[in-house]
Design a protein around this ligand. Sequence first.
Ligand SMILES: [Zn+2]
Length: 224
Amino acid sequence: MSNEKIAVPGQVLATEEEYLPGKNTVGDNGEIKSTAFGKIIFNETEKEVEIDAKSRRLVKEGDIVYGRVSLIKDSTAVLELIKAENNHIINMTKGQIAVRNISNNFVERPDSCMKLGDIIKAKVISVNENTTELSTKEEGLGVIIAYCTKCRKEMVFSNNRLTCFDCNQSEDRKWYLKKETFENRPNRQSFNNSNQRGRFNNINNRNFNSNDRGVNRNGNRNFN
Ligand SMILES: [Zn+2]
């Protein structure tokens, strides 16, 4: 999708002198505007512009998104959103998780469950102009890649804790899987490959260990 031009509703695509309004577009005072989210297609044979909206829509309530923890406050964690499941369009750069929406267990402060730089899988619970509220309460949601607060290496989940095999630090997170389902973990490579905006550059590929390789064999899930 790197070369795709995605239109948002209301966006001016062309003038009515240049093209005819096609699917998911409308002519408006000499301009052709999009009425949907989707790929812009200029049909030069028919001189028509249309929006291919069937495969893409905006993130909404109930969708799963991925983000990196960029700020932790007393009662919220802020995520820089990276991508959404099913290739839905992320129209917001940030989302936030209120402390009450982190876990079904009582959480006093967000930083007991997630740390700056961690990658989080979360569910969208509401979207409006000002905020995108997220939740990691359910099993399957939470931190999916954790970085050691001491040395910044990626940590490995073992014996119900996250351990850094570089400096032996052990830390807790609202980890997204139970230990027994850890084998289904998505592999880190799918994030590296989908790095459209260069946000995963500091994931340290040298830090692969035997545990990760075992996971990769089983977990070649693609987020698209
Ligand atoms: Zn460490």
